[in-house]
Design a protein around this ligand. Structure first.
Ligand SMILES: Nc1ncnc2c1ncn2[C@@H]1O[C@H](COP(=O)(O)OP(=O)(O)O)[C@@H](O)[C@H]1O
Ligand SMILES: [Mg+2]
Length: 247
């Protein structure tokens, strides 16, 4: 279980202090996936950075199985919108980066990496460099890398928003398929209601300045495609829109 308790973040800059997050509370059950949705600027990236330990200036707690999250002890997978691949390393080398920081890669880990890369449809591209890949392929490498490290938590920041609509749907399906078999606790940030409805077992809605979580909804449509003909889809969508706008 991942638990965020009363997490607040204040940025300090020349123009003074800015409260970005105000007492955010959130839970992700073991092997679960929660979608966080909210308008641009409400603090979604700030939340992930605090959880990932990139941003250290926060108050409140981030707990993994009741122990404070610790980037040197826990494995935190982070997938960003701009892929975060190292241009001078091949697909295989990039995929192993999450492991290499700590130690030599074992044969078992290498085999697992090959398995995940094949699940992500990348087996034939392992010797290529990022500049030789499409946007969708780059994002597949970034996601593969995150799975390969077997993270305690997977944090994803709008990973598909830079992709065209068709590639985005393919990537969502591919991600969900691997996620289901590997069962990794995941927090997924998006600004798309449809993506939240497809990829969130629960949907946490953020809004406002400072950002806070205004509601967490159960999602009966998780993992289902072609739901536009269902009444519950339109109800959920309009409820999400209202919550996002703060009405
Ligand atoms: N380093 C920073 N210094 C000051 N303000 C920041 C900094 N980073 C982000 N912000 C502000 O914090 C708010 C939340 O930003 P962010 O977490 O990126 O939102 P989101 O990901 O939801 O679009 C925004 O108003 C943004 O301008
Ligand atoms: Mg953001």
């Amino acid at each position: 279980m991942i638990e965020v308790r009363n997490l607040s973040v204040t940025y300090s800059s020349f123009s003074g202090k800015f409260v970005a997050l105000d007492r955010v509370n959130l839970k992700v059950k073991k092997g679960g996936i929660v979608a966080v949705i909210g308008p641009s600027g409400c603090g979604k990236t700030t939340l992930l950075y605090a959880m990932a330990g990139i941003l250290k200036n926060y108050t409140g707690d981030v707990l993994i199985d009741n122990a404070p999250i610790n980037p040197s002890k826990h494995k935190i997978g982070l997938v960003l919108q701009d892929y975060g691949l190292l241009p001078w390393k091949t697909v295989m080398e990039n995929s192993l980066l999450g492991l290499r920081v700590k130690k030599r890669v074992t044969l078992k880990e290498k085999k697992y990496a090959e398995y995940i890369l094949s699940r992500m449809g990348l087996s034939h591209l392992t010797k290529r460099f990022p500049s030789e890949l499409s946007g969708g392929q780059k994002q597949r490498v970034a996601i593969a890398r995150a799975f390969i490290m077997k993270p305690d938590i997977l944090l994803m920041d709008e990973p598909f928003s830079a992709l065209d609509a068709i590639t985005r749907e393919e990537m969502q399906d591919l991600f969900l398929d691997v996620w289901k078999s590997e069962s990794v606790s995941t927090l997924f940030v998006t600004h798309s209601t449809d993506e939240a409805i497809y990829l969130g077992e629960n949907i946490a809605v953020m809004n406002g300045v400072p950002g806070k979580i205004v509601d967490v909804l159960e999602n009966p449509l998780f993992g289902l495609r072609d739901v536009e003909d269902r009444e519950v889809y339109w109800k959920l969508k309009s409820e999400l829109k209202k919550l996002i706008k703060g009405k």
